[in-house]
Design a protein around this ligand. Structure first.
Ligand SMILES: [Zn+2]
Length: 64
């Protein structure tokens, strides 16, 4: 049990999404400016953070 938890926390395969690009249109985002974000845990329990240049792009991503 303890070993399983340790392995999960050290999983090197966790996907890294570039936080400076819009996940929908790929537009560069100024990280110091306000922008919408979305978080997701996939079927394997990996955490993903997505950033968007606008609420419109975030809504498009949610509708997929
Ligand atoms: Zn966008």
């Amino acid at each position: 049990m303890d070993q399983c938890l340790k392995m999960a926390s050290e999983n090197p395969d966790q996907e890294v999404v570039d936080p400076t690009e819009c996940a929908t249109c790929g537009k560069t985002i100024d990280p110091s400016a306000w922008h919408p974000v979305a978080t997701l845990f996939d079927d394997e329990g990996d955490f993903h953070l997505f950033t968007f240049c606008s609420v419109i792009c975030r809504n498009r991503w949610v509708e997929k």
